[in-house]
Design a protein around this ligand. Structure first.
Ligand code: KG4
Ligand code: ZN
Length: 333
């Protein structure tokens, strides 16, 4: 079965074409991130205007890169939330139109569930085993989920304030780095050779006996630390590296708590922050200590993309009426 997946929840316009849930035939991702760099964050109106221009060319490119025409597509799928309303509308309305005009079934996908299923692509024929603990860490979400089977999700905890990716972005801005902040923080952390700065950033809620997160205090700590000092260039690398360790410590600890409480057989990580190398290395440590299999999407499949939506559609099969589907910016688990 060949499914075309549309993803426009944030600043990306992406279309992926996936065969039988795991074989990516094409995955075109066009991002407007550069247009937002000067603002240090996404400007929703700018993102949506770009998506109007890009939607049809990106569908065409995905078809041509997979050497297919529309008649080989068996179903259309789309991320209908959560996300920015202007951006979501572009993808959802495009998917509805394609479904009606091409006469193909339409499958609605929760964007967060899409991030999770990106791991099924990387896993190939070796599907993750249940119960599975999933950590979804993106620009808008930080969620720990227990997945007991395909389509069976239980939300264990979420961030009470800022999402992990959002904090990476905000701290990067405080440190005078570019947008998106996660890759920038990771890059300068790797250049850190300065152990002279002592930061003592907090690990918020790390020892609490629940699965919630709170990162706004950590963000404020970094901002105050920077405000109180005149920083040399090498201090930026040191602060970025300490901040990265703090946030990763919390994410990893809560994931390990969930693994042991629910006797998980696998861990899957998803969302843009899953691209972070320190997080990958430390989650691998959790897997080794607990004899649990771990799954990460490739870096390209960690960020928003259409292939993960097509894969989630294949496994979840939530066929909807194309005339009735509505974008839902606050959709959750
Ligand atoms: O999932 P995603 O592409 O979009 C949303 O659904 O939000 O995630 C984007 C987020 C941004 O906040 C970005 O800074 C973060 O993912 N990110 C990273 C890395 N690459 C992207 N955070 C930490 N380390 C990275 N290497
Ligand atoms: Zn996302």
């Amino acid at each position: 079965m060949i499914i075309l997946g549309i993803e426009t929840t944030c600043d990306e316009t992406s279309v992926g074409i996936v065969k039988d849930g795991v074989e990516v035939l094409s995955n075109v991702v066009s991002s407007s991130a550069e247009l937002h760099t000067k603002y240090g964050g996404i400007v929703p109106e700018v993102a949506a205007r770009e998506q109007v221009k890009l939607m049809v060319p990106v569908v065409d490119q995905a078809l041509s890169e997979s050497n297919l025409t529309f008649d080989s597509i068996d179903a259309i799928s789309v991320a209908y939330g959560p996300g920015l309303i202007g951006s979501l509308l572009i993808g959802v309305e495009a998917a509805k139109a394609l479904s009606v005009v091409w006469d193909k079934p339409l499958i609605a996908v929760n964007h967060l569930v899409g991030h999770l299923y990106a791991n099924w692509i990387t896993a190939g024929n070796k599907s993750p085993k249940f119960p599975l603990v999933a950590l979804i860490v993106s620009g808008g979400h930080t969620d720990l989920i227990l997945m007991e089977n395909v389509g069976k999700f239980k939300l264990l905890g979420s961030t009470l304030d800022d999402a992990a990716g959002e904090v990476f972005d905000k701290v990067a801005r405080v440190l005078g780095l570019g947008y998106p902040g996660g890759p920038e923080i990771e890059r300068v952390s790797g250049e850190n050779k300065n152990d002279k700065v002592t930061t003592n950033f907090p690990r918020p809620m790390m020892s609490r006996d629940n699965f919630n997160f709170s990162f706004s205090g950590l963000k404020t700590s970094v901002a105050n630390f920077v405000k109180e000092r005149k920083l040399a260039e090498e201090d930026v690398a040191s602060i970025a590296s300490d901040f990265q360790k703090s946030i990763v410590d919390v994410l990893v600890r809560k994931t390990e708590m969930a693994v042991s409480k629910y006797g998980a057989k696998s861990i899957a990580v998803g969302g843009g922050v899953a691209a972070n190398s320190l997080l990958r290395e430390r989650i691998k440590g959790v897997g080794d200590r607990n004899s649990v299999e771990i799954f990460f999407p490739t870096k390209g499949l960690s960020v928003d993309n259409g292939a993960m939506i097509a894969t989630a559609a294949y496994f979840e099969k939530k066929v909807v009426d194309p005339l009735k589907l509505q974008a839902n910016p606050s959709l959750h688990f």
